[in-house]
Design a protein around this ligand. Structure first.
Ligand code: SF4
Length: 235
């Protein structure tokens, strides 16, 4: 990447801020995204990482449970899900099948189970609270990261629970943190095109903010790629 003098000065000024542990602004973040090379951003990220954790690196040993790929939504980038009407083409795990998956890792140094899948109209909050309780009863040390904000939003609305009450209920049952799926792209015009019918930006952010308020960690997952014209949602 060829960088002119002004750009290089600005990049170094941002780098100095990061090294001085000062928070950068949104515009500076955007400037890094647009003008800096991947190596430059990577070296800054590594600087912060080493400052926080020295020469240590942490690994998460996890396994996944995908309870179902049946989904009430129809995001147009998703080739994974099946509508309820076509559920015979997909899968729906019972609680016993999920527990068999957990038990397969007995005696192994696993640290986390990640539970995420489609939004099944009949797998409700009680069903999943029961799954969480069974996992924790079997293996209390296992960190449970589960359910995207998309799944949670549907679960809570169906149970007529507020976001806070729903999250409290799942937390009490054993949920430790929530994954970042369902964020994809927050820009309204793009979100409307790729996943018009699931929880919007505000709802997604509210679920994560509420989870943070209850002491749970989360992340956000951005998807990007190319959508074939023929698969676009009809306008
Ligand atoms: S909500 Fe998730 S599983 Fe359902 S269609 Fe969208 S991306 Fe696929």
């Amino acid at each position: 990447m060829i960088t002119d003098e002004k750009t290089s000065t600005n990049l170094n000024r941002i780098a100095d801020k990061i090294k001085a542990a000062e928070r950068i602004t949104d515009d500076e973040g955007l400037f890094l995204f647009e003008k800096a090379s991947l190596g430059f951003v990577g070296s800054l990220a590594n600087y912060v990482r080493e400052k926080l954790h020295g020469n240590k690196t942490y690994f998460n040993r996890n396994f996944h449970i995908e309870p179902t790929n049946v989904c009430v939504f129809s995001c147009n980038f998703c080739s994974y899900s099946r509508l309820y009407a076509h559920r015979d083409e997909g899968w729906e795990l019972s609680q016993e099948q999920m527990m068999d998956m957990v038990k397969k890792y007995d005696g192994q140094p696993i640290t986390e189970v990640h539970i995420v899948g489609g939004v099944h109209p009949k797998m409700n909050i009680e069903f999943f609270a029961e799954v969480l309780r069974k996992i924790k009863a079997h293996r209390p040390d296992l960190h449970i990261k589960g359910f995207t904000a998309v799944e949670l939003d549907y679960m809570f609305r169906k149970a007529k629970l507020s976001v806070e009450d729903g999250l409290r209920m799942l937390k009490q049952a054993g949920l430790d943190s929530i994954p970042g799926g369902g964020a994809e792209i927050f820009a309204a015009d793009i979100r409307e095109k790729i996943s018009a019918d699931k929880v919007g930006t505000e709802g997604w952010l509210n679920i994560h903010a509420t989870a943070h308020g209850l002491g749970m960690h989360s992340n956000a997952t951005m998807l990007y790629g190319h959508i074939e014209k023929s698969t676009e949602v009809p306008q």
